[in-house]
Design a binder for this molecule. Sequence first.
Ligand SMILES: Cc1cc2nc3c(=O)[nH]c(=O)nc-3n(C[C@H](O)[C@H](O)[C@H](O)COP(=O)(O)OP(=O)(O)OC[C@H]3O[C@@H](n4cnc5c(N)ncnc54)[C@H](O)[C@@H]3O)c2cc1C
Length: 416
Amino acid sequence: MPESPIRRVAIVGGGPVGSALATYLAQAGVRVAMFDRGKRPSILVGESLVPAIVPFLRKLGVEEEVARYSTYKPGATFTFTPEKRQSFCFAEVRGCQTHYAYNVPRAEFDETLRRRAVACGARLVESGAVIERDSEPDRVRLGEATLAAASEALDGAPDFIVDASGRNRVIARLLEIRSIAGQRRDTALHAHMKGVPLFIEGNIHSDRIDRGWSWRIPLPGRVSVGVVVPSDHLERFGDNAEDQFDNLLRGDSMTRLWATDAERVTPVVKYTNYQLRSTRGVGPGWATVGDAFGFVDPVFSSGLQIGMQGAEALAEAILEGTPAAFARYERLILHSLTAWQRVVEYYYDGRLFTLIEIGERVRKTFFGSIANLHFESHLPRIFTGESTTSRYNTALLNFMIKNALRGHDPRLLEVR
Ligand SMILES: Cc1cc2nc3c(=O)[nH]c(=O)nc-3n(C[C@H](O)[C@H](O)[C@H](O)COP(=O)(O)OP(=O)(O)OC[C@H]3O[C@@H](n4cnc5c(N)ncnc54)[C@H](O)[C@@H]3O)c2cc1C
């Protein structure tokens, strides 16, 4: 294969995804200038990983370091009513290649990946980068000062620009790329707390609450708590994020069971309008990756998995440098975002856990136990991230959702 014409790359955004991409490219001998403006909230969401990320951490050479400051995550616990709870242990997922994941303090995690990129030869430029629209259609260029900084770091002008700016989505906004918004109009409020009880150590805990859902992510010495609530519902809990978070935790019939004696130890950070997927992620001389390409929803912790998958696939496309390679990358990520979106919708409308409940009952019968062997080999790996994009597995899930729920009312488990 002829050598890729792309030898110098400017990456805008040094979050986990930009840093992973920078590492792969620098390791392959591509010159990389990675811009990061370093402006981050005091705590960051994106703390719970799915097992499918672990092979990327190994490939990047950072798993041991990440494990040192993170919590080992053996599974996930979902609570629907005080009496109805389902726990999943990754080690029991049939055919699963990685039997665990981590809950990571994000500041340390981001720093580990950034340092790794630099150790592999990427140049970190600690300032905000400006991308501008070019006079030619569908093209972008770096702003003057950014170009000067990149050219100095790269020893020449970049051949390619990557937007890894997260929810800033610089290129998508600049080129007015059509995006698809999810159906939810939720606000997520996030803080760290002490004294939060858990059912299973290390597991992420997700509760269906009066309106919306909450997460509990155990981190060393504290628990990350989030509530994901329809935005119009929040107003009744106060005028600011702190009051809304504290009052909702104490007032909700589900969270008050575990939050009453817990203490919030950080300010509250608020996220809105995050369900947004671009319909394109590549163009002439540019690509987007990670949240800058799209983000589905926090509920299954898929954000960093899609991002890491994207970083690896985009690195391969850049190293190949052909239109076909970029089209492959774009297809993969569009497919991944769509696949996760569907699973997320099944969660919110109650069909997913209704199906899981039916499965629990059916597996106790003779024929059910045989059929169940097949389903267990395919369906749970959708949620560990290992086979979310497998066409067979998603078709099986869709088939089951369509055919197995007859006579059952999924609204009983709907997240309102
Ligand atoms: C409420 C909520 C909960 C979530 N929970 C989870 C979870 O549990 N697990 C999970 O996997 N994912 C979760 N996510 C998603 C996860 O946070 C993101 O998918 C992940 O952080 C994306 O990484 P990234 O590198 O693409 O972007 P980011 O982490 O946002 O990094 C982007 C970087 O670019 C920098 N930047 C931006 N603009 C510029 C510029 N112009 N110049 C220079 N630098 C710039 C920023 O400062 C930042 O450092 C959650 C998201 C939300 C909204």
